[in-house]
Design a protein around this ligand. Structure first.
Ligand SMILES: Cc1cc2nc3c(=O)[nH]c(=O)nc-3n(C[C@H](O)[C@H](O)[C@H](O)COP(=O)(O)OP(=O)(O)OC[C@H]3O[C@@H](n4cnc5c(N)ncnc54)[C@H](O)[C@@H]3O)c2cc1C
Length: 297
């Protein structure tokens, strides 16, 4: 039996073949491919062994806020769309939160703002699913998600469930050190550091700062390059080289923040690769460095 036939017999899973994938990333680059939308942890447990048995490579996609997809991919993209009544769950504050990986960080920011949860201000303005944020150890100038994670529930490629208890070695800068190849994060327990009446104000101020300094209303993938150091921020260096507004096809270096690229409509992965190449050729020539990509291709 083919993998598609086997998967079609599993409930809580929708197979979408050869579809337009532009809406699966925040960059909205033109791309096509196959997506499996999975609604429950039990379905993830059944599906992974089928994909492994048929040697189908898969990749998780959360909000796609840190991913560049090729024009066409043979990978199967797994999108978790777990049912979760966030309005009900977040109607009161708790000491610990047991949350699904598909939940958006925006819900956590709103909840933190409402109940002044200390520590949760770090989520402010990061477009991400909880699973993607844990995988990337997402963070801002206010801190990272890592120290707020108590444990993470994963499904292994053979369909079994394991719980990773988080310690100080579980994360480093924008990295986790415990998700093994083929594993899927399905949920996590988050903690906070009590309450502090200043948190709501902190979130509001930081959100306003981000809105004023980043092109948040555009189609983008966040910061393209890692900062060489805190003093040598990629955006500033690109700006100093006069590359603000530089374009390749339908993609341009953002006039608002030079470490962002804006898709003005219909841009493709090749446009991205070209623009990165040009910026790195300039920085090699004038600064003697090449920028490392922050975003995943
Ligand atoms: C406008 C903008 C601003 C941004 N600002 C910030 C910022 O301030 N700080 C920051 O850290 N990042 C920032 N980013 C980048 C992005 O938001 C983060 O990297 C975020 O963690 C990505 O989450 P996601 O759900 O979109 O994951 P995706 O981009 O979909 O995936 C990221 C990686 O995680 C893996 N993954 C996703 N879900 C799972 C899962 N359930 N199980 C296993 N693996 C999984 C994917 O396979 C991929 O390798 C920004 C992006 C944009 C577009």
């Amino acid at each position: 039996m083919s993998w598609k036939k086997e998967v079609s017999e599993i409930s809580d899973c929708i197979l979408k073949e050869n579809i337009d994938l532009s809406s699966y990333t925040t960059f909205k680059l033109s791309a096509t491919g196959t997506v499996l939308e999975i609604q429950t942890k039990e379905a993830v447990k059944k599906i992974l062994p089928i994909l492994v048995k048929h040697k189908c490579d898969y990749r998780l996609v959360g909000w796609g806020a840190n991913q560049i997809l090729p024009d066409h991919s043979e990978l199967i993209f797994i999108k978790l769309v777990f049912n979760f009544d966030h309005q009900d769950y977040f109607s009161s504050s708790k000491n610990e939160y047991i949350l699904p990986a598909s939940l958006g960080l925006n819900h956590l920011t709103s909840h933190a703002s409402k109940f002044n949860l200390e520590g949760w201000e770090v989520f402010t303005g990061i477009p991400a699913s909880l699973g993607g944020a844990i995988y990337m150890n997402a963070g801002t100038a206010l801190g990272e998600i890592g120290p707020l994670v108590k444990d993470v529930t994963l499904i292994t490629p053979d369909g079994s469930e394991r719980v990773e208890i988080i310690n100080e070695k579980s994360f480093s800068y924008r990295k986790n050190h415990f998700v093994k190849a083929g594993e899927v994060i399905v949920g996590a327990t988050l903690i906070h550091r009590g309450t502090n009446p200043e948190i709501a104000g902190k979130i509001k101020t930081y959100l306003e700062y981000r809105k004023s300094s980043q092109p948040l209303a555009t189609k983008n993938c966040g910061c393209v390059f890692k900062n060489a150091t805190t003093y040598f921020q990629a955006g500033r260096l690109i700006d100093h080289m006069g590359l603000k507004g530089l374009n390749s096809g339908h993609l341009k270096v953002s006039p608002k923040h030079s470490n962002f690229m804006e898709n003005t409509g219909g841009a493709k992965k090749d446009d991205f690769v070209n623009l990165v190449r040009v910026i790195n050729a300039y920085s090699d020539r004038y600064l003697g460095i090449e920028f490392e990509l922050e975003v995943k291709i």
